[in-house]
Write a protein that binds this ligand. Structure first.
Ligand SMILES: [Zn+2]
Length: 146
């Protein structure tokens, strides 16, 4: 048996760096506004002469809101088979004034608490139509959550 090929869920949204997983976004060199996903322009109406740069965000944040995906979402969402409910949350990143939505990596989706500390990880979502393991960014609740 050969090891399944691994693919990223979406190119250009996240990457494994030498420092660990990071989200790929943009920041404005003039006003420092941060954007995820990347933005070609600055949306700050008070920003004159914006200058966009690629930026990496993460890996730490705090869970602002959470819910459980109780039913299996339709394609193109990739899930494990057989389906098992998972948690989805909004995360306030530590290093930027950004709130991002993400699947949460946990075996107990109903026990995740708003306000807990989370860390960015890359983790499998399931298999695509070609049998390849699809990996995406997720946030994992931290054991020591202070
Ligand atoms: Zn700007």
């Amino acid at each position: 048996m050969t090891q399944a090929e691994t693919v990223l869920s979406v190119e250009g949204l996240f990457a494994q760096t030498a420092s660990g997983p990071r989200l790929l976004g943009s920041s404005c060199a003039r006003c420092k506004s941060a954007y995820f996903p990347r933005s070609e322009s600055c949306h700050n109406p008070d920003c004159s002469d914006p200058e966009m740069q690629d930026a990496q965000f993460g890996p730490y944040g705090r869970l602002w809101s959470v819910t459980t995906q109780g039913y299996q979402p339709p394609a193109p969402v990739i899930t494990q088979e057989p389906y098992s409910p998972y948690a989805v949350g909004f995360i306030d990143l530590d290093d930027q004034p950004l709130r991002v939505v993400s699947r949460l990596r946990t075996d107990s989706p109903d026990e995740v608490k708003v306000g807990c500390r989370v860390k960015l990880v890359l983790a499998p979502l399931g298999l695509d139509d070609e049998g390849r393991e699809v990996v995406s960014w997720q946030f994992e609740p931290m054991e020591n959550d202070e």
